[in-house]
Structure formats: C-alpha cells, structure tokens
Design a protein around this ligand. Structure first.
Ligand code: TXA
Ligand code: MG
Length: 284
C-alpha cells in the first residue's frame, strides 16, 4: 500500500501467520519490530495499553502523518509484530489509499517498508523489488510518495521522549509541540533499539558522501551537473527527502562502480536525510 512516506507491505496486525510470512518475504530478522498502522484514533486502544498525555498531544498535532509513537503494548497484539518487545510502534498515515485500506479491513495493519531488508525503500511502485512484488497478493499504486523518507519513530514511554529514527516530522516540530527538549541522542550502547543498524537504507551500489564530486563522478549534487550521471538535488530538506530514494533507485539501475553524494548542510532540518545517507554509505 502507498503511504505518504514510503510504500509499505500491509498485513493484518492481529494475524500472526500473516506477520510471519511478511518477515520471511522481507528477509527481516524476527527481532526487528513492525509499525502498526491505524485509520482511526480509537484503534490505538486495540494495540496499546494507554495514550499518555504527551502521546495524545503529539497524535493530535501530527496525525494523520509521518510520526510513529512507541507506546506500551496490549497483550492481545501478537508478539511477532513487536519482535517480542513490550512496546508497540503506532502510526496513523495520511495517504487516502492507506486510510481506506485500513478502514475497510477494520483492524490495525502492520506494515514495514516494501523493500528487502537493509535496502532502499520504495517511493514509487516501480521501485518495489521483484521478489517482494511476487510475494504479495496485490499492489495498490498510489503514485509517488510525497514525503519520501520513512516516518519519525519517537519513544514516548521515556520522559522526555526520544527519537529512535529521525524522519518526516523534525525534532524541531516535536519540540515546538511539546514546548520542551527531547532526549538529545539516540540510545548508544546499553539497551540498543532494535532495527537501528549501522548499515541500512542502502542501494546495491557502494555509496560515498563527499564534500564535492569530481567532474567524472556520478551521483547527487547541489550544483550544476558536470555530467549526465549527476542529478541536481534541491537545497531544501523537504524537497530533497521527497526525491532522494527515486534518485538513488535511478542511479542504482545504472550499475555504476560507486554513487557519490554531495554532503547536505549540517543543520537540524537535514537530520533525517543525513541519517539515511550515513546509513546508506559504505563503511560509515
Ligand atoms: O514511514 C514509515 O514508517 C514506513 C511506512 C510504510 O509507514 N514504515 C517503515 O517501517 O519504515 P519499517 O518496518 O521499515 O521500520 C520500522 C522502524 C524500525 O526501525 C523498527 O525498529 C522501529 O520502527 N520500531 C518498530 N516498533 C518498535 C518498537 N516497539 N520499539 C522501537 N522501535 C520500533
Ligand atoms: Mg524499512
């Protein structure tokens, strides 16, 4: 199904067999939990124990939209969905097709990005890996995804909340809504968050982030392209995010020796883009 962030592989979150089939289709480790998607706010009560005041405020402000809230899990939700954790990640997407699908099913939908484990997410139907496409019953084409990067995953079981994955809603947006700071950095050592792998979101082609590209190098630039294999990217983080995966899928299809990406500005607005690029980069 299309969402406003990236395409997802949708299964009934209450059906453990379907969830297991999904993990094997993606080649995803069983301990990497899924996001549960809802169409109506009341469905939170089917999967999470409670909506704390902070979570309620954020849901009110940013849903439907690219913010995923990590809450305490209800025991009725199959543990396969949450990789055995006692928390569940919940999001109410903004895309009308996703909302209709979940609404028609009448149950929460577990949906990871529609890519093979560790690979680039799909922001258009054409990006979906053929093996993934062959393993699903149906593909709903909703056109290109507007946001283009995965949702922000925010753990609201901690106080202050902590961003586990930067994404479509920025740290600044969340801090403004809460009127206070978030925990500064992702958990480092100690209790590592599942699904936070150093390499992820990667094209098949090795990717390098550099200050500027040599005239013969192919990749993403902010300046005028020096050859046909250079794609000029917008200097706005929202517009950049929207076209990033499409640009990387195109370059990946050229079977190059390497993709070079001109480093984006080092500012908070670019946090999600910088996160994905550093995880896509070889030897990062
Ligand atoms: O934008 C998105 O979030 C897309 C669309 C399809 O909604 N979905 C997506 O799902 O990116 P996926 O499975 O590719 O990434 C889910 C992320 C992983 O990093 C996972 O570890 C984290 O969410 N996550 C899920 N449940 C969690 C939990 N209970 N605690 C901490 N992290 C969790
Ligand atoms: Mg993913």
């Amino acid at each position: 199904m299309p969402t406003e962030t990236v395409y997802g592989i949708a299964v009934d979150a209450m059906n453990a067999d379907a969830v297991r089939r999904l993990f094997s289709l993606k080649g995803r480790p069983a301990d990497n939990p899924l996001i549960v998607h809802i169409s109506d706010p009341w469905q939170i009560a089917q999967v999470a124990l409670e909506l704390t005041p902070i979570a309620a405020r954020l849901a009110e402000r940013f849903w439907p939209g690219p913010l995923t809230l990590v809450l305490r899990k209800r025991p009725e939700l199959p543990s396969e969905v949450t990789g055995g954790l006692n928390t569940v990640a919940v999001r109410r997407p903004r895309h009308p097709v996703a909302l209709s699908l979940i609404g028609l099913l009448g149950r929460p939908v577990a949906a990871p990005s529609a890519n093979r484990f560790m690979r680039l997410s799909a922001t258009r139907v054409e990006h979906i890996d053929p093996n993934v496409a062959a393993g699903v019953d149906m593909i709903l084409d909703g056109g290109p995804c507007a946001v283009g990067l995965e949702s922000t995953v925010l753990d609201v079981t901690e106080d202050p909340p902590r961003i586990l994955r930067p994404g479509g809603i920025t740290r600044g947006d969340i801090q403004a809504a809460l009127g206070g700071p978030l925990s500064a950095k992702p958990r480092s050592n100690g209790r590592r968050s599942p699904g936070m792998y150093p390499r992820h979101y990667a094209p098949e082609t090795p990717l390098h982030v550099v200050d500027c590209l040599q005239p013969g190098q192919r990749g993403l630039v902010f300046v005028s392209p020096a050859n046909p294999g250079q794609i000029k990217m917008p200097l706005d983080p929202v517009a950049y995010a929207s076209s990033l995966y499409d640009a990387l899928h195109k370059l990946d299809g050229l079977r190059l020796d390497a993709i070079y990406v001109q480093k984006p500005p080092d500012s908070q607005d670019w946090e999600a883009v910088i996160d994905r690029l550093s995880k896509a980069a070889d030897g990062a």
